[in-house]
Ligand binder design. Sequence first.
Ligand SMILES: Cc1cc2nc3c(=O)[nH]c(=O)nc-3n(C[C@H](O)[C@H](O)[C@H](O)COP(=O)(O)O)c2cc1C
Length: 174
Amino acid sequence: MLLDLMIKRRSVRKYSDRKIEAEKLELLKKAALLAPTSKNKQGWEFIFIENKDSLEKLSKVKSAGGTMVKDAALAVAIAVKSSDNDVWIEDGSIAASYILLMAEELGLGACWVQIRNRNNDEAGISAAQLTSELLSIPQDMEVLCLISIGYSAQEAKPTNSDNLKYNKIHCEKW
Ligand SMILES: Cc1cc2nc3c(=O)[nH]c(=O)nc-3n(C[C@H](O)[C@H](O)[C@H](O)COP(=O)(O)O)c2cc1C
């Protein structure tokens, strides 16, 4: 059941050296492309990166929160064309969520690595600009995030659904 998968999915930031099988890579691609978009624009692009040197460089595009990318077997960069799409962030975010859930379904660990609105303080430039340069992403595309993926090398406890914040749910009115 999808809910079981959602309960099990946690951010995984430690990965083993094991490569991701080609069939699993295909399923991750399929999941990304199945994500719904506003007006069915499908303005996103997904860059699948397995090259170790690129992963190492990507792990440094922002000052904090992305170091695990260097040990991942795969990073997926999500970039979306924003000029004709006022909801590009939503479109990209849904695709990211699909990838995260698919990774879980495939027995992989994954984590969202925020790029939009993040900086590399040392270089004094945005993480998005550095990512675009590294991956040759065209200038009219906005980089939203990376998803780091690999076989998990950590224990990630499922969410305890007894602790869900039901006070966040309102019926009829706030
Ligand atoms: C929009 C967004 C941005 C995030 N950015 C990062 C990040 O840059 N680095 C990181 O390690 N985790 C990042 N995360 C993962 C969150 O920290 C994580 O999902 C949250 O703490 C809940 O934990 P869980 O995913 O294990 O349930 C991000 C998650 C979201 C939804």
